[in-house]
Design a protein around this ligand. Structure first.
Ligand code: ACO
Length: 382
């Protein structure tokens, strides 16, 4: 006989959304949600965004130290050498329906990479491979959709510069390269978010790292997580002019609709990544001539913070990242894939850390149905 429902409820604590539940110890990322601070391996995101590079941050997250000059040079070379993707992936990209969701395409191609990888490389080497090849997949599909041929990676360029080069076919300007580098640094890890947790659940069964990353991509696809950036940009485009912002925002809030790119489970103040990206959005929209969208964003922020700030709702990383991606030449449907191209570093770093002290993740559910029901033969059912 099962214990009574009341008895079960006393013993079990239901934490919907696993809010405030810790699943691992980590030395990778620390978020101070009250003060709006973020640290990778102890280094402030403000310093890393200003002074570092995506390659250096990847090394830091994976290896738990800042590389010296020699280590960084070797590491950058290794990453650059891994950018080409297997021919079968390019063939697949050329054949599939161009209107396919780019996150679905990324998920499928990472799965193809996993199937093709029969090497006995360790998870670190596989993580480099994934991080280096994903931009090639994204930009190839982006160009194929636009009726253009993919651009071969250029190993003489940095990760950020090559990413933009493969997107547009042009070497980016200094401001474009720096903006891309910063946006990648800011997305590289964020502690125990939904997609990272999805990766860990898979890794904890001792499945492989490609399968974990596929889980991460699948979780990131949702509009409550990685797809909020494209939703935010679509909102700016729909509003059209700073003069329309006030009416739009109040109407939306009065209908109890959420503003995309606002709110966060951990940050109850400004997400520091949004603050950094705001200044890059300011710079890049001045150069690219889409200033109107930046002014719309600033006005939404001003009104929304006035209305929602007391509830702890402020812009999150997705509010300005969409505008930055758009200004750099990415179509909105591709924004979550660019997010994934950076977060793959955090996913794999967190997986490797978890596997050092693995425990199968197996939570529980509180049963609220009936038990001991009589089985009714089908012919006797109404
Ligand atoms: N716009 C308006 N109101 C909001 C918003 C928003 N974006 N976010 C939360 N609220 C309100 C809720 O309506 C709720 O109000 P109530 O208490 O009056 O009912 C209150 O704030 C608390 O909301 P919760 O859903 O409980 O907050 P939670 O911590 O679960 O939500 C989340 C976090 C899912 C990110 C939420 O803020 C949201 O939906 N934001 C919009 C989507 C988004 O930007 N996602 C990206 C997150 S960052 C990332 O994944 C990279």
């Amino acid at each position: 006989m099962l214990p009574s429902r009341d008895y079960v409820r006393v013993l079990d604590v239901l934490r919907k959304g696993l809010e405030d539940i810790a699943v691992k110890e980590t030395s990778i990322t620390y978020i101070d949600g009250k003060m709006g601070r973020l640290f990778y391996r102890g280094y402030s995101i403000f310093d890393l965004a200003e002074l570092s590079s995506f390659e250096e941050v990847s090394f830091l997250l994976w290896k738990n130290k800042l590389p010296n000059i020699r280590e960084l040079e070797t590491f950058k070379k290794t990453m650059a050498e891994q950018r080409e993707v297997p021919g079968q992936i390019l063939e697949y990209l050329a054949k599939i329906d161009p209107s396919s969701n780019p996150m679905d395409v990324l998920r499928t191609t990472v799965s193809m990479m996993g199937t093709a990888d029969r090497s006995d490389s360790d998870n670190f080497e596989k993580s480099i491979r994934l991080t280096s090849k994903i931009p090639t997949i994204i930009t190839s599909f982006h160009r194929i959709r636009a009726g253009l041929s993919p651009v071969q990676p250029d190993s003489s360029l940095t990760h950020a510069s090559n990413f933009l080069y493969m997107l547009t076919g042009q070497k980016p300007s200094e401001v474009e390269e720096k903006t891309m580098d910063v946006v990648l640094i800011l997305h590289a890890d964020h502690e125990m978010n939904a997609s990272t947790f999805a990766c860990l659940v898979i890794a904890s069964t001792l499945s492989d790292i490609y399968s974990s990353v596929i889980g991460g991509i699948s979780a990131l696809k949702g509009p409550l997580h990685g797809a909020a950036n494209s939703e935010a940009l679509k909102m700016f485009l729909e509003i059209g002019s700073p003069d329309n912002v006030e009416e739009y925002v109040y109407k939306r809030l009065s209908r109890k609709e959420r503003l995309m790119g606002f709110g966060h489970r951990i940050y109850k103040t400004y997400d520091p990544r949004a603050l950094i990206l705001r200044s890059y959005a300011d710079k890049i929209t001045s150069v690219k001539g889409n200033r109107n969208l930046y002014e719309i964003a600033r006005k939404i922020e001003e009104i929304a913070v006035r209305s929602l700030g007391q509830k702890g709702i402020y812009p999150n990383v997705d509010f300005y990242s969409g505008l930055v991606f758009y200004s750099l030449g990415f179509s909105p449907e591709f924004f979550p894939t660019v997010f994934a191209s950076s977060r793959v570093v955090g996913w794999t770093a967190q997986v490797m850390e978890y596997l050092n002290d693995n425990r199968l993740i197996r939570p529980k559910a509180i049963y609220v149905g009936d038990i001991e029901k009589s089985y009714v033969p089908i012919e006797d059912r109404s």
